[in-house]
Write a protein that binds this ligand. Structure first.
Ligand code: COI
Length: 361
């Protein structure tokens, strides 16, 4: 791979972040870009001042959705070092998504280098209040101007950075979820496990309707029988039964969440009975009725751990753990937050440190 070019403007102002960051509203000064052509492969890697992309109206991703993305986070440790949480796993998943919709793979080591360089340059943008982080959004899209349906030949990859707070306005407070059976998000052997914009487009109407009724999010059931739990639009789901913590198994229609994987590992390490299996909505309702359902919580990069306080299915509301976060959800949130700031040991080797001195801004 070629060396990254740096077209960086020296920062003359002190970065002042707003008190309420919200999610994805604010962007840092610089971003990373590179191009792909069949002749040169991935080339022209550059970190430069954030600017609009120039896109031909015929670009294939606009017409046929050939695009993928990732979402990962950088944090500041207690002693001020910048770190990224599980970047290798995210880059691997980006390549898995790429395979599914015929996008050329990226060199994983090089992308990790690009990511850490960009975060190093923008490390002053990493917020340090609890629950805040620098969200990293790599994207690849097909850019040939062509109206026939086929994979594009040329691509753009960029990495955008956004200082963020909690994804849901509730923060870590329990959210209200509607179990959706009027629409489906994805089906087995379709695109569900691929992090592609189409899955999010598929969720918009159902989520809008749920929000109008006062819900925060929708929990999807499987696309064939509408019987098994799948995922929430922006996170994976865990069900705490009395003697088991279960999460839907990866059947192909569910996003293989990195936080999901981290939580499974942490729970196993604690010696708890965690299972990946098919979970029917009927057994959740039954467990609620007979008192063996403790609670539900979601996991995701943006959401981290999000307790579910209220769950509605076919017009009947289930109030979980009196609308409060369960002890387990709180413990997991605390453990992940402590890992993010390295205030506990990274025994799983999930953290990649950013070398602040690599590039001078
Ligand atoms: C993430 O958790 O990083 C996501 O990609 C979910 C969402 C913000 C689209």
């Amino acid at each position: 791979m070629e060396k990254i070019q740096y077209h960086i403007k020296k920062r003359t102002h002190k970065i002042e972040l707003p008190k309420e960051l919200g999610f994805g509203k604010l962007f840092t000064d610089h971003f990373f870009e590179m191009d792909y052509s069949p002749e040169k492969g991935w080339h022209n890697p550059i970190i430069k001042h954030l600017e609009n992309l120039s896109v031909h109206p015929g670009s294939m991703f606009i017409h046929y959705g050939q695009a993928i993305f990732e979402g990962l986070k950088a944090f500041k440790t207690e002693d001020g070092k910048a770190i990224i949480f599980r970047p290798k796993a995210h880059i691997r998943r980006l390549n898995n998504s790429a395979k599914r919709i015929c996008i050329p793979l990226v060199d994983e080591e090089f992308l990790l280098h690009a990511l850490t360089e960009l975060v190093a340059i923008e490390s002053d943008w990493i917020p340090t209040n609890p629950g805040e982080s620098l969200y990293i959004r790599p994207v690849i899209y097909g850019m040939d101007p062509f109206l026939g349906v086929k994979p594009s030949s040329n691509y753009k990859l960029f990495i955008l950075l956004s200082p963020v707070g909690a994804y849901y306005s509730e923060g870590f407070k329990p959210i209200k979820i509607l179990i959706q059976d009027d629409y489906v998000r994805a089906v087995k052997k379709g695109l569900g496990e691929c992090k592609t914009p189409a899955n999010y487009a598929a969720s918009l109407l159902a989520t809008k309707e749920a929000k109008e009724k006062g819900f925060t999010q929708v929990l999807w059931l499987d696309g064939i029988e509408q019987k098994y739990l799948e995922e929430v639009g922006t996170m994976n789901i865990f069900v705490e039964f009395k003697d088991e913590i279960a999460t839907p198994e990866l059947t192909g229609s569910i996003l293989p969440g990195i936080t999901r994987r981290s939580v499974i590992k942490i729970l196993k390490e604690k010696g708890l009975n965690v299972t990946e299996r098919l979970i029917t909505i009927d057994e959740v309702v039954e467990a609620y009725k007979n008192g063996t359902l403790v609670s539900l919580f979601g996991t995701g990069t943006a959401a981290v751990i999000s307790p579910v306080g209220w769950l509605t299915y076919k017009g009947t509301e289930m109030i979980l753990n009196n609308g409060k976060a369960s002890k387990l959800a709180q413990e997991l949130f605390d453990e992940l937050s402590s890992l993010h700031t390295l205030s506990i040991e990274d025994k799983y080797d999930w953290i990649v440190q950013v070398q602040n001195e690599e590039v001078e801004v």
